[in-house]
Design a protein around this ligand. Structure first.
Ligand code: GMT
Length: 380
């Protein structure tokens, strides 16, 4: 199959999922053409059979000068024609699905170019309720041939807000060979005993992630036991988080590591992941931690309960329940047998429910359904 994948070129969940999907499809022998601006971090180095097409910024001497949505449409149409794409799969509805829809007309072939749109989170929960964007997001979703969502929770929200009822749920996936437990001893699931435990948070430091909660939880933990906190990622709330760490008197124990490649080498070294988000359609960071046998303390919100099983692979508490999350973190860190049991369970859930080799073939079924749908449409 010749597949076009359109995604954000930033560090973040949806571009990670798009890049990983490209890698797995390429490995299975499909020709994959990723279209983004700039290249997603996870495509470096470039996997076999995966080609990257940058969307250039066209700055013309006209009022406005540049229209990214149209520039993206133009690149999708060119790639679709030159590489005879069977379909285009866009990650994040707006503006990607609209650019793909314009590209469909530009390509002008019959049957038309199928558009598969995967909804990831704020494209529904933020843009889908914004007065300026709700109608546009509905249009983007209505004009897609097939729409998927990364969790049951997101699909239900999208159906309610965007008025499309045939959304298919395809959960995010993980390569459990890449995200593995640390090789700490003969038993890789055994927590360390010689150094203080490490709590870790990974995000884009946006307000929805509630990074301040991580620091308050950590402050409660180190009142009871020695520990360190790794804050991985970058974004608008990073400076405020650093200032909060200083004002809480914990900055000597908190490492702000910024955006890091090779997250699969860092996560296994941690003992607990904190994800106290205000909303989370899925929570890729939680799945990556579980795959590394790292327990998770997170908010009971959005799609997180579909990933983290409360009391089994971690603990889920109400959003903003700092006292409850602190107690949950201590309950895991202070009892080696609990940490060990939850780590093992998380790894097992990752392998049994979210393994890439089991989920990726479902995307191929979705692609076949999209191609059939446009053929049927063309024959009418
Ligand atoms: O929607 C966002 O905030 C960004 C988005 C992304 O593009 O990184 O993250 C969402 O998609 C991820 C991948 O499917 C999910 O793991 C995240 O839970 C989701 N974020 C939110 O729902 C806030």
């Amino acid at each position: 199959m010749n597949v076009g994948i359109v995604c954000h070129g930033t560090v973040g969940g949806s571009s990670t999922v798009a890049a990983e999907l490209a890698r797995h499809l390429g490995r299975a022998g499909h020709a994959v053409h990723v279209i983004a601006r700039p290249q997603p971090a996870r495509l470096d180095p470039r996997p076999p059979n995966v080609h990257f097409h940058a969307v250039p910024t066209v700055d013309l001497p006209v009022p406005g000068g540049s229209w990214p949505t149209l520039e993206l449409a133009s690149v999708i149409a060119r790639v679709a024609t030159e590489h005879r794409l069977d379909l285009v799969h866009v990650h994040y509805a707006v503006p990607h699905a609209l650019s793909a829809r314009i590209a469909q007309d530009l390509v002008g072939r019959s049957p038309g170019l199928p558009i598969v749109t995967t909804l990831h989170g704020t494209d529904v929960t933020t843009l889908g309720i914004d007065p300026a964007y709700q109608a546009i997001t509905r249009l983007a979703v209505a004009q897609s041939t097939v729409v998927t969502a990364v969790s049951q929770s997101l699909a239900a929200t999208a159906t309610r807000l965007l008025h499309r009822s045939d959304i298919r749920v395809l959960p995010n996936f993980i390569d459990t060979e890449q995200f593995r437990p640390a090789n700490r001893s003969a038993d890789p699931h055994r927590p360390r005993t010689d150094t203080p435990p490490v709590l870790v948070h990974v995000s884009n430091f946006r307000p929805v992630k509630r990074v301040a909660d991580c620091l308050h939880i950590f402050a409660g933990v180190i009142r009871r036991m020695p520990a360190r906190m790794w804050m991985i990622g970058d974004g608008p709330d990073r400076q405020a988080a650093q200032a909060l760490a200083r004002s809480l008197g914990i900055s000597d124990f908190v490492d702000f590591l910024g955006n890091r490649s090779g997250i699969e080498d860092l996560l296994p070294e941690a003992d607990l992941l904190l994800l106290p988000s205000a909303d989370e359609s899925f929570g890729m960071a939680a799945l990556e931690a579980m795959s590394c046998a790292v327990p998770v303390v997170a908010s009971r919100v959005g799609g997180l309960p579909e990933v983290v099983v409360d009391g089994v692979s971690g603990r889920l508490l109400p959003v903003g329940d700092i006292a409850g999350m602190t107690a949950a973190a201590l309950g895991i860190l202070e009892d080696r047998s609990v940490a060990q049991r939850m780590g093992r369970a998380g790894r097992r859930i990752a392998q049994q429910c979210f393994e890439a080799s089991a989920i990726v073939p479902h995307y191929l079924q979705v692609y076949a359904a999209a191609m059939d749908a446009v053929k049927r449409e063309g024959n009418r």
